[in-house]
Design a protein around this ligand. Structure first.
Ligand SMILES: [Fe+2]
Length: 396
């Protein structure tokens, strides 16, 4: 089978210059039955283009798991652990996920009532709403007018013990027909983004790095992020900014002594920039809600320190300072013109490079609007790789 790729069709809101390499529709292949040669081509395309769309697919949960696993054959468990969902009742992910009994690595997500689905006799799905996690929420009147919000920009990753998955697959089984909604940013800007109901929003973190000013590129290439232990438990009571980028600092996080038992060896400290294994480009890859501290290395010898931020390095432990800096670096990347909101059709399969982008749920659903998706991501067998010495010299 020949792999044919075409650019994604972008919405009118998109600035095409931000999507030159981002996203491709793949034609002429059956993603559930790829031979090795074809898969190698798909894998290469995924790292080059971050998001691959396949239309009109038939994909069983077994095939979806097998396909997702091919990006990391040594991976095994769901990205948040196969058992952690039931054991960890405080996880903010818990209400949104149901597992396919035959294939526990594949999750059933969506909205509304589902009957007799892949061994699940009955399930009530609830599309996550910003009203449960944003500090300020839209009024009922605004919602009736068709306004909605980004829910939470994120990476699929437990960020404690388990490593962030390489690829995530999302397969649409049922997509309700509905008018578009408008995401309102409500962050001091008048930014808005028209989105399909229940569209998934994506932004390239390579582009997020590219558009940073030089002084912030310098900080990024020198920084590592320390994530909180059990980060989703830690920040479960905290509320997000109205644009879904990170948390408003109000002291609502648990203290580390209030957390379930944790082990320093399982705490994740990752570079702020992750190196793409195929293109060698750097992606600004930080989960803003789970980040707790920053380690910033000094500007290397021989590089002019003039006009640099934190030229002698720093260890930032003040949560508000950490979050403010990350917000400044990440907010430009989710500007409306740089977001691709995928307009799902039934039997669409999207594969995305989870180490090369942020993504976000959008939309406000009525209970009767039924949306059924299968999602798979697997805790990786290795850690992401940060900038090398040449990258540091180039950008510091
Ligand atoms: Fe996700």
């Amino acid at each position: 089978m020949a792999v044919e790729v075409v650019p994604l069709s972008l919405p009118p809101s998109a600035d095409a210059s931000g999507f030159v390499e981002f996203g491709r529709e793949v034609k002429g292949v059956d993603p559930g039955n790829l031979d090795d040669e074809c898969f190698a081509e798909i894998e290469d395309l995924l790292y080059k283009h971050s998001l691959l769309l396949f239309r009109d697919c038939d994909l069983s949960p077994e095939q979806q798991y097998a396909l997702t696993k091919r990006f990391d054959p040594a991976s095994e468990s769901f990205g948040h652990g196969n058992h952690s969902i039931d054991q960890n009742k405080k996880s903010i992910l818990h209400p949104d996920l149901k597992t396919i009994p035959r294939v526990p690595q594949v999750q059933l997500i969506g909205n509304g009532q589902v009957h007799d689905h892949q061994g699940i006799p009955e399930a009530t799905l609830k599309h996550p709403s910003h009203t449960v996690c944003h500090k300020d929420v839209l009024t009922d009147e605004d919602a009736e007018k068709g306004y909605t919000r980004f829910y939470r920009w994120h990476i699929d990753a437990a960020l404690y013990d388990l490593r962030p998955s390489k690829a995530t697959s999302l397969y649409a089984l049922k997509v309700p027909a509905a008018p578009k909604q408008i995401v309102r940013y409500d962050d001091g800007t008048r930014d808005e983004l028209p989105v399909p109901l229940g569209g998934t929003a994506f932004t390239s973190t390579r582009h997020m790095f590219t558009i940073l000013p030089p002084e912030l590129k310098s900080v990024a290439v020198r920084s590592r992020v320390r994530y909180a232990p059990h980060p989703y438990v830690w920040m479960a009571a905290a509320k997000l900014h109205s644009n879904g980028v990170g948390i408003v600092s109000e002291g609502k996080e648990l203290s580390y002594t209030q957390l379930p038992p944790w082990d320093e060896s399982k705490v994740k400290v990752y570079p702020m920039l992750w190196k793409n294994p195929v293109t060698d480009e750097l992606h600004f890859q930080v989960h803003p809600g789970c980040a707790a501290e920053l380690y910033i290395e000094p500007v290397p010898d021989g590089v002019d320190k003039h006009d640099k931020l934190y030229p002698d390095g720093a260890h930032l432990t003040d949560l508000e300072e950490v979050r403010d800096l990350l917000y400044t670096m990440q907010r430009p990347g989710i500007a409306p013109q740089f977001v691709y909101p995928h307009d799902w059709a039934e039997r669409d399969l999207v594969l995305f490079h989870n180490r090369g982008m942020l993504h976000c749920i959008v939309g406000t659903f009525a209970p009767a609007q039924v949306r059924v998706f299968h999602q798979c991501n697997l805790a990786a067998s290795d850690d992401p790789v940060g900038p090398d010495a040449d990258d540091v010299r180039r950008w510091a």
